[in-house]
Design a protein around this ligand. Structure first.
Ligand SMILES: CC(C)(COP(=O)(O)OP(=O)(O)OC[C@H]1O[C@@H](n2cnc3c(N)ncnc32)[C@H](O)[C@@H]1OP(=O)(O)O)[C@@H](O)C(=O)NCCC(=O)NCCS
Length: 174
């Protein structure tokens, strides 16, 4: 059993609500996707809206994994660089698998689908992402073929006295 992945699905209210629920549940389970628990859907909604604007503008692509019940269970945004000297690689943001599905290999399936999608995009030679230190995420991405290429100590303040490294991971596509 795996998820059914779709690149650039139609963004309708059901998909928006599904991503919002996923993002909220993942954050409240301790996930590192731009927020710190506890969060509400209303706090996340503006951030999702920003990402959907980049999608509508053609500046990013969306990969979604649905589970057997048709629920949104995983996402990743592939975001192009706008800087003229950086157009040969892209960023991946908002990598998440629903807490009820974590640990089943779906995260690795998601990152394989991300790499396949990126390989299909003209001129894209590498994928870069940043992750929060202290959660073992560099090991997850390492198991997906990414290499740690840099680390900014304490760049992410998740709470008073709790600064985490910002870890840069890179996957060359050839
Ligand atoms: C990180 C995440 C996407 C991984 O998805 P997943 O479905 O749980 O991962 P998988 O089951 O595919 O695991 C793949 C491998 O990575 C390892 N792994 C997964 N999460 C890990 C973690 N947090 N720390 C260390 N290793 C981890 C697994 O043990 C497995 O290794 P193995 O094959 O040697 O057993 C998922 O846990 C998640 O959504 N977390 C919350 C959101 C988040 O923090 N996202 C990262 C944004 S940068």
């Amino acid at each position: 059993m795996t998820l059914a992945f779709a690149l650039d699905p139609v963004v309708d209210p059901a998909l928006r609500d599904g991503i919002l629920d996923l993002w909220t549940d993942v954050t409240n389970a301790g996930g590192a996707v731009g927020f710190v628990a506890p969060v509400t859907r209303d706090e996340i909604r503006p951030e999702l809206a920003k990402q959907l604007v980049t999608l509508a503008a053609g500046d990013s692509r969306l990969l979604v994994g649905h589970d057997a019940e048709g629920r949104v269970a995983a996402t990743a945004f592939l975001t192009f660089n706008t800087h003229r000297l950086r157009t040969h690689w892209l960023w991946v943001y908002t990598v998440m698998v629903h807490p009820g599905h974590q640990g089943k290999g779906y995260g690795r399936d998601l990152m394989a689908a991300v790499a396949d999608a990126a390989r299909g995009l003209d001129g894209i030679e590498a994928i870069r992402l940043g992750c929060r230190g202290g959660l073992g995420l560099e090991d997850f991405y390492g198991s997906c073929g990414y290499k740690e290429v840099g680390r900014v100590p304490g760049a992410i303040r998740v709470g008073p006295g709790d600064d985490r490294d910002d870890i840069m991971m890179l996957l060359p596509l050839h």
